[in-house]
Write a protein that binds this ligand. Structure first.
Ligand code: PGA
Length: 245
């Protein structure tokens, strides 16, 4: 249980069509009557195809919309299949996730991530910057080294720390049903905060209504980045309720 201001970021990944927007009705209704509504910030990151519609649907609510990635160029350009931060801002996105491991895996480097962060901030978006170690890096006790490098290069020459939130997502925890041990997570979050001069840190990786009690024991966390469980409104709402009960 907490009394802190917390973020609940829903990452829908490559799921959802126009009809999926109906599932937000429950969340909108829940938030209206939730006693702690002023303590929480909900951000939905749907696929790009749904951003515009979602922004319109959530217009009169306190729920915000973000994208799951962006191109690194600040200008329009001949980049087939890509969308830049300015274009996301233009359709009403307020946030963008950058550096997710599912994109890093496809060759996104710390340098590209740094450029994306620069240009996303320039466009006026807030950035949810993902970092995390793989299972082999963890086994080889390289977690802190890896995170240190991701932070150092990812945030190189970035001044506007207030518009950045870090999401610590161990790669081995994403979609696996496994979460880190409480003491390990506490220590890692502390390490990240120290390295970043107290940027807010969210945890992501298999967050669900069953393990949220354990995660809520980490009192230096500022919220959660939720993948699978965010696609079902009931589970997403349960996670929020249990964080404040
Ligand atoms: P998960 O995904 O909650 O389904 O593990 C989290 C994420 O990848 O952001």
């Amino acid at each position: 249980m907490t009394n802190k201001y917390m973020y609940f970021v829903a990452n829908w990944k490559m799921f959802g069509g126009v009809k999926s927007l109906n599932s937000l009705d429950k969340v909108i209704k829940f938030l209206r009557s939730f006693k702690k509504k002023n303590f929480i910030k909900i951000v939905y990151c749907p696929p790009n195809t749904l951003i515009d519609l979602m922004v319109k649907k959530l217009k009169k609510t306190k729920i915000y919309v973000g994208a799951q990635n962006c191109h690194e160029s600040e200008k329009f350009g001949a980049f087939t299949g890509s969308v830049n931060p300015m274009m996301l801002k233009n359709v009403g996105a307020r946030y963008v996730i950058i550096g997710h491991s599912e994109i890093r895996e496809k060759g996104e480097t710390n340098k590209i991530i740094n450029l994306k962060i620069h240009n996303a901030l320039k466009s006026g978006l807030k950035v949810i910057f993902c970092i995390g170690e793989t299972s082999s890096e963890k086994k080889n006790k390289m977690t802190k080294n890896v995170l240190n490098k991701q932070i150092k290069f990812g945030l190189d020459r970035i001044r506007n720390n207030k518009s950045i939130i870090i999401a610590y997502e161990p790669v081995w925890a994403i979609g696996s049903g496994i979460i880190p041990k409480t003491n390990e997570l506490l220590e890692t979050v502390e390490f990240i905060k120290k390295k970043t001069k107290n940027i807010k840190v969210l945890y992501g990786g298999s967050v669900n209504p069953k393990n949220i009690h354990r995660l809520n024991l980490i009192d230096n966390l500022d919220g959660y980045l939720i993948g699978g469980a965010s696609q079902e409104s009931k589970k997403f709402i349960d996670i929020i309720k249990k964080t404040y009960n």
